[in-house]
Design a binder for this molecule. Structure first.
Ligand SMILES: *Cc1c(COP(=O)(O)O)cnc(C)c1O
Length: 435
């Protein structure tokens, strides 16, 4: 996108740059990894974003995951409108919170009790505090490349924007905090086994994105998640699945439903808010009962369980429960992945397209990517021309080689076919300029 064809977005960005650090309220939005300046979205409907300059894009960011029903779904909009009539916040319990808890416990297999938060970050922050409070231990294990929001002790070898902008270990996190975090490679049970034996009775919990989706998309090797479960049980550590991204997306009950591996605690966010700011964490009742006011682990939120946010989330979850879209989303994901791999193979471009349901990512690499170290060996610089060509033809991919693409239920067969064609063309151009 050149400055000339988006005068309104460019003017907004110039004004934003003076007042908001980097012009954005979340770093990856700034387009640093792909060049150019971000467009400003004026409205969004179904699979499409409409920019302030009136351009339309088929959107594969889906507001970074939440928009599984596409943008501005009528059922969600109506649920918010109905709730709005009654008031925006009460500061007392409200009926929506109970309905939301019932839906979550019903849909997510391992959750017996749940607490709502306002973001995924709050959910992971609270879950690790709970793991520490319940076990009386301090250390937490995380895996390189996994992103769990911007929690101090989890911003160590983190994915998402931290990785995109080259600071996976954030400044401002005291070494003493980071020192309580043990970072291990994903897909390596031996490393976890070793960590447990080197830190006996010190590891409170193991937090993992069961399908890491914030450094591209990495899938677990056969038996890996089962092995995590087994090691945590043997060593008395709390297994925390961060399903902020995968919850309600891979299946109604997330990766745990798909694989049958049950964590002790689960973090949720994104889809659960239907586009409003919501997170949640839940799990075994005996663990959750360590939370205040029942137990000594403090956790709170002025706007937690907010009625508008709950109404949006309830509508979003009900759509998924009443009419599960997962087969259709899997077919769309597979179609795109196959089309890209086919185009690349024909042209000798080294490409991997890991895909699970409506999530996929694009790695320029000649071998499968199974951990963070291998992500770092991919030719990330080739993503930039892919992104720019796609954008030119009306396809909006995440503006970073380390983010996952999402498909919504509103992406039509035509949208998918057109996207496959455009991305294949972009790959061809990359092939011709010599990958
Ligand atoms: C997005 C994300 C978070 C953080 O959620 P926010 O709502 O952005 O705070 C945490 N964990 C995972 C796996 C995520 O994808």
């Amino acid at each position: 996108m050149s400055a000339n064809d988006s005068p309104i977005s460019n003017d907004l960005f110039e004004r934003a740059l003076k007042l908001i650090p980097g012009g954005v309220n979340s770093p990856v939005r700034a387009f640093r990894a792909v060049g150019g300046t971000p467009f400003f979205t004026e409205s969004a409907m179904g699979p499409r974003l409409v920019t302030a300059d009136g351009r339309e894009y088929i959107d594969y960011v889906c507001t970074w995951g939440p928009a599984i029903h596409g943008h501005n779904h009528p059922a969600i909009r109506e649920a918010i409108a109905e709730a709005l009539e009654k008031g925006t916040s009460f500061g007392t319990p409200n009926p929506y919170e109970v309905e939301m808890a019932e839906l979550i416990v019903d849909m997510v297999p391992s959750i017996e009790k749940v607490r709502m938060t306002n973001s995924g970050t709050e959910a992971t922050m609270s879950a690790i505090r709970l793991a520490r409070g319940a076990t009386g231990r301090d250390k937490i294990v995380k895996f390189a490349g996994c992103y769990h929001g911007h929690v101090d002790s989890l911003l160590v070898k983190a994915g998402s924007g931290a990785l995109t902008l080259g600071n996976p270990d954030s400044a401002g996190v005291p070494a003493a905090f980071a020192g309580e975090t043990i970072v291990l490679p994903y897909n390596d049970l031996g490393a976890l086994q070793l960590a447990f034996s080197e830190n006996p009775d010190q590891i409170a919990g193991v937090i993992v994105e069961p399908y890491p989706a914030n450094c591209g998309l990495i899938l677990p090797q056969t038996g890996y998640l089962e092995g995590l479960r087994d090691l945590c049980t043997r060593h008395g550590a709390v297994l925390i699945f961060d399903e902020v991204m995968t919850g309600f997306r891979i299946a109604a009950g997330g990766v745990q439903e798909k694989t049958g591996v049950m964590p002790d605690l689960t973090c949720l966010g994104k889809i659960i808010g239907g586009g409003l700011p919501v997170g949640a964490f839940g799990g075994r009742a005996d663990l959750m009962d360590h939370l205040a006011p029942l137990g000594p682990v403090y956790q709170a939120g002025t706007l937690s369980g907010n009625p508008l946010a709950m109404a949006a989330g309830i509508a979003s979850l009900k759509l998924l429960r009443e009419n599960p879209p997962y087969k259709m989303l899997e077919a769309a994901g597979k179609q795109l992945a196959i089309a890209l791999k086919f185009a690349a193979a024909n042209l000798g471009v080294p490409l991997q397209v890991p895909q699970a349901g409506s999530m996929f990512s694009i790695y320029f690499s000649d071998k499968p990517v199974t951990n963070f170290e291998q992500v770092m060996e991919t030719k990330a610089e080739l993503f930039k021309p892919l992104f720019q060509t796609a954008l030119e033809y009306g396809i909006y991919l995440p503006p970073s080689p380390y983010e996952t693409c999402f498909i919504s239920t509103t992406h039509s067969k035509n949208d998918i076919a057109r996207t496959a064609e455009i991305l294949a063309t972009a790959i061809k151009e990359i092939g011709q300029t010599g990958a």
